[in-house]
Structure formats: structure tokens, C-alpha cells
Design a protein around this ligand. Structure first.
Ligand SMILES: [Zn+2]
Length: 404
């Protein structure tokens, strides 16, 4: 026989007593069957309740095809016929009630106004809640409009009621979506049935007044299979997340010696400063690189190829060194490598107009021997080496040069 569902009558009922009517099994685990229960079993996108049953932790609650609720507890099952007490985890239940009611209301709010988007499916997860709506895009404006409407309606403290209408009554109700079941349809109404905010068929647990939701925040929007997926938070989770974000913003402000309101302008200023510094740095790299390149060309003597290490140099600087050296010594080819703290570094291999060394082939050999990646043409090649060591690089380079 189906279990009597006490949460349908009163979602705020957190303590109850019931009689054990049997022992069952759910996915290989023993389960306790009661005549009635206040524990919500996982269904309709809402997660199962947790709590204590007969003094044992309730680890899962599921409902079978005939409406029997299976209570999976951690411990020895009390005997059939025993009277047991149950306590629902109130914080978890209130969170589920808030986010479930918020989902109905957000779906309604997105259908109204500019969004005009119909909800196709929803998920009420442990950390994030999402609904998928049947439009390919939602503007920022229509999302904020829906969020504002939703929060304004929460403040109005509307009643949320549920009932099982007969077939004739059901036909007259302005249901937002069609029921998924054919009989025993439960309808949840947000607001006065004469002018409701939302009317949906649903078997879940909901708040009894909208103010119990607290607040709803739309936290994300993304394209999903031709539709739009909207993420939201409700109740205490939304409040915690909003407060945490506010805290982060204040911390960011302290780091920038700014108030939270000044943070965007300060960041913009920083971005502009970085841009100027990058330009300065590139100009400096060209000048320093030219000087280093000149020195390299001067001491290359009769060599056909030289290896040069410049600690901490980036690609701009390495290129400048190479370009200057081979322009002053056209018969020369150079391997110029930077070395970073991790032992690896960028590398540029370039040849002057009078050199016949295949720079691409040499870089390939260097990568094979010293790790890293990169490539290029016969005239010039660049990449990154896993291990930069002057003696080893010179040995590899000379081995290749000697073999050609
Ligand atoms: Zn619902």
C-alpha cells in the first residue's frame, strides 16, 4: 500500500511518529517501510530529505512504482509493528522548499515579460539549480526583469498552496505546464487562485508563503542544445553566496586601496598601466636585445654558429638579440635561449643571409634532445625547451652542425 505522504499536507512538519509496516530493499540496501512519512523521497528533480529515523541516520529516501517510500537507514532496522520517530533535517528541507518554489516562480517570471521563454526542464541540485527554457538566447535585460519580478513577488508574501483537484476543476486551472502523471494530480498555486502568479502540477515540497524563500539570484546563463540554461540560487544558499561575493569584492577593494564601488575604475586604471608598461618593455627589449646582439656578433669571430643564453629573457628580447647579431654577421647562425626559474626557456634559432644552416631542423634536434616544442623554417625557428643548459645546448648544436 502506498505510504501516506505527510509533507503534502504540511511541508513544515519536521517531527513525526509512524508505524513500521515492513522491511524492503532499495538497490540492494535494506529499507524501512512506514505507514506514513514526512521524509521527501527523491522525485521530480528534487533531492531526498535527510534526517534521523528511529535514531538512525537516514541516508536515502526513494519511492517505488506503487508509491511506497523506502527509507534507507544506516543501522539495524527496527521490527515490523514498532512505532518509530522521525526528524527531518530542517535546514536541508527549507533549502529544497525555497529552491523548488523559486523554480516555479522563475519559470513563470521568464514566461512573462520580455523573455517570453517557456521552461522545458529543471534540475534542483546540491549546489546549483538550473532551468532550460525554449529560446536560443536571453538578453541581460529580460533576465534582470524576471529576477526583479520574482524578488518583488517574494516580498509580497503570497500564499503557496497545494491541492488535488478533480478532473473538472483541473480542466479550468491555468496550468503553466501539462502534468507528467495522469491521475492524482497535485497542483501548486503561488498567490490567490483568482489571480495567481503561478499554477503548476507538482508533487514536491514548497514554502507556504513566498517570503520564506528570502531571495532568488540568477547566477548564470549559457546556451544548451539550442535552448538557454539559466542557473539560479534561492533561500539561504543564495544569501550565503551573495554575502561571500560581497566579501570578495571588499577584499579586492582593500587590495586596490579602493571602496567596492571604486573597484571597476581601479581595475581599468591598472589595465591601462599594464598596457603602457608592456609597450615600454617591448621598446626596452628591442634596445637591450640590439646591444646584446652586437656583442654576440663581435665575439663570434670565425664561428658559423653560436649558442647564447640570456637568463629570464622573453621571446621579444631573444628575437631582438638574434636579429641584431645576424644582421651584423650575415655568415652567422645563432641559437639564443632564455632560462626561466623552472630550468626551461624560450629559444630562437636564426641565420644570416650568408649562412646555410637549417634553423628548423636544428630546433627540432634541440627539442628532441632537451624536451619542449617548437618549429619553423630554414631561415628562422622558435619554440620552448624543457631544459636549458649552455654546455648541453652547445653540444647538441655542434653535433648537428658537424654532421651536415
Ligand atoms: Zn514544485
Amino acid at each position: 500500500m502506498a505510504t501516506t505522504l505527510l509533507y503534502h499536507r504540511d511541508p513544515h512538519l519536521l517531527h513525526f511518529a509512524a508505524v513500521v509496516v515492513g522491511h524492503g530493499a532499495w538497490q540492494g540496501r535494506p529499507s524501512l517501510l512506514l505507514d506514513e512519512t514526512a521524509f521527501y523521497p527523491e522525485a521530480g528533480g528534487q533531492m531526498a530529505d535527510r534526517g534521523l529515523l528511529a535514531g538512525l541516520p537516514l541516508v536515502d529516501a526513494q519511492v517505488d512504482d506503487v508509491g511506497v517510500v523506502h527509507h534507507v537507514v544506516d543501522g539495524l532496522l527496527p521490527a515490523v509493528g514498532a512505532r518509530v520517530e522521525g526528524t527531518v533535517d530542517g535546514a536541508r528541507r527549507r533549502q529544497h522548499m525555497a529552491q523548488h518554489t523559486a523554480q516555479h516562480m522563475l519559470s513563470s517570471a521568464l514566461l512573462a515579460g520580455h523573455a517570453h521563454a517557456e521552461t522545458v526542464s529543471s534540475r534542483l541540485g546540491e549546489n546549483v539549480c538550473t532551468i532550460d527554457v525554449d529560446v536560443s538566447a536571453l538578453s541581460e535585460r529580460s533576465l534582470r526583469e524576471a529576477e526583479d519580478l520574482l524578488n518583488a513577488t517574494i516580498e509580497q508574501d503570497l500564499s503557496v498552496t497545494a491541492f488535488f483537484p478533480d478532473e473538472a476543476t483541473l480542466a479550468t486551472l491555468p496550468l503553466r505546464r501539462r502534468p507528467k502523471v495522469t491521475d492524482n494530480i497535485r497542483v501548486v498555486v503561488v498567490g490567490d487562485l483568482a489571480a495567481p502568479f503561478d499554477v503548476s502540477p507538482c508533487g514536491g515540497t514548497h514554502v507556504t508563503r513566498t517570503s520564506q524563500i528570502g531571495l532568488v539570484r540568477i547566477t548564470g546563463v549559457e546556451k544548451y542544445k539550442g535552448m538557454t540554461r539559466v542557473s539560479f540560487q534561492a533561500g539561504s544558499r543564495a544569501r550565503r553566496e551573495a554575502f561571500a561575493r560581497a566579501g570578495l569584492l571588499e577584499e579586492l577593494g582593500r587590495g586596490l586601496s579602493a571602496t567596492p564601488e571604486e573597484v571597476p575604475a581601479q581595475l581599468e586604471k591598472l589595465r591601462a598601466t599594464i598596457k603602457v608598461l608592456q609597450i615600454d618593455k617591448a621598446a626596452l627589449a628591442t634596445r637591450v636585445g640590439a646591444l646584446l646582439g652586437e656583442a654576440l656578433a663581435a665575439r663570434s669571430g670565425d664561428a658559423h654558429v653560436v649558442v647564447e643564453l640570456v637568463d629570464g629573457a622573453d621571446m621579444d628580447l631573444l628575437r631582438a638579440v638574434a636579429v641584431r647579431a645576424i644582421s651584423l654577421a650575415p655568415g652567422l647562425a645563432v641559437v639564443v635561449a632564455g632560462r626561466d626559474a623552472d630550468g626551461g626557456g624560450n629559444v630562437v634559432v636564426s641565420r644570416g643571409t650568408g649562412s646555410v644552416l637549417d634553423c628548423g631542423a636544428l630546433l627540432k634536434r634541440l627539442v628532441t634532445t632537451h624536451g619542449g616544442k617548437g618549429g619553423g623554417k630554414a631561415e628562422t625557428a622558435q619554440g620552448r625547451l624543457g631544459d636549458v643548459d649552455a654546455t648541453a645546448l652547445t653540444a647538441t648544436t655542434m653535433a648537428l652542425v658537424g654532421s651536415t
